[in-house]
Design a protein around this ligand. Structure first.
Ligand code: 13P
Length: 281
């Protein structure tokens, strides 16, 4: 078992695509399901949550502690404790003080020079505790937690490369046409940009994987993206599994029993994600 930053995960797994599972601020069943799926796949992962979820649930320290407690049961799994979409530097600070190994500073709502300047400040701070930084360029649509994409603004290849150069961030999430949550209508990805990043100098992240078909995820993985973010579909799998259990066993009022129903369905869903990413190698 090892808590790793993104650079270490990239090295250990030789830049293979890894999932980033949103674990709902440290919900025990989500964390446990993630480790079970990662152990089965003999792979690594990012365990992720947004600041608002963490703050409304266990807090930054609680989030780190619950993950590390469960991680002890899965010694073969390497993982990052990741902060998703910190729109303000103070959220990053809270996470780093609590012991996160990876943080996303999302300055995509700012003008370009402010986004770059803040990202650099965050990187310098993260380096002091051995954590790595993900940054974002362009606008990822849809809404998740408190994060709402304002319309759609997709960068060009040159803009992405300039951003990677100027920030020096370990991971970069360029907007490529995905949305957080379900797509309204058919997904329309910017394939020319995605494919042009294949041999480019950078480690790219795909946000908004819910609702994308398997073939698209595999194609993005083949284009060399290294981190695939899943949230909404995980929440739905867990809720379905739990409700199915309650429907089939209405007499069962012990929480562990119906939570286990959710966890089982979630673990299976996560295992499918690993298979998909593995197949695309
Ligand atoms: P989805 O909710 O679409 O899976 O997106 C997750 C995500 O990108 C988290 O950053």
């Amino acid at each position: 078992m090892a808590l790793m930053n993104a650079a270490e995960l990239l090295e250990v797994y030789q830049r293979r695509a890894l999932p980033s599972f949103d674990v709902g601020g440290g919900c025990v069943d989500f964390v446990e399901a993630s480790f079970m799926a990662a152990e089965k796949a003999q792979s690594g992962m990012y365990l992720s949550s947004t600041p608002s979820t963490v703050e409304n649930y266990l807090g930054y320290d609680g989030y780190v502690q619950i993950i590390q407690m469960i991680a002890k049961k899965y010694p073969s799994v390497n993982y990052a404790i990741h902060l998703d979409h910190a729109k303000e530097v103070r959220y990053v600070e809270n996470a780093l003080l609590a012991g996160y190994s990876s943080v996303m500073y999302d300055g995509s709502h700012l003008n370009l020079s402010e986004n770059i300047a803040n990202t650099r400040v965050v990187i310098a701070r993260a380096q002091t505790v051995g954590a790595t930084v993900e940054c974002e360029l362009g606008t990822i649509g849809g809404k998740e937690d408190e994060i709402e994409g304002m319309g759609s603004c997709l960068p060009s290849f040159d803009e992405v490369m300039d951003f990677v150069d100027k920030t020096g961030a370990c991971l970069t999430a360029p907007a490529v046409g995905t949305v957080h949550g379900h797509f309204k209508g058919e997904p329309s990805l910017k394939w020319d940009l995605i494919n042009s990043l294949k041999d480019a100098n950078g480690n790219f992240v795909l946000h908004g994987c819910t609702g994308l078909d398997s073939e698209s995820i595999q194609k993005v993985s083949q284009a060399g993206f290294v981190k695939f973010n899943f949230a909404t579909a995980l929440r739905e799998a867990f809720k379905d599994g739990m409700l199915n259990h309650i429907q089939d066993h209405p007499e069962d009022i012990k929480p562990f029993a119906y939570l286990k129903g959710g966890r089982l369905k979630l673990t299976n869903y996560m295992s499918e994600i690993y298979k998909l990413l593995e197949l695309s190698k």
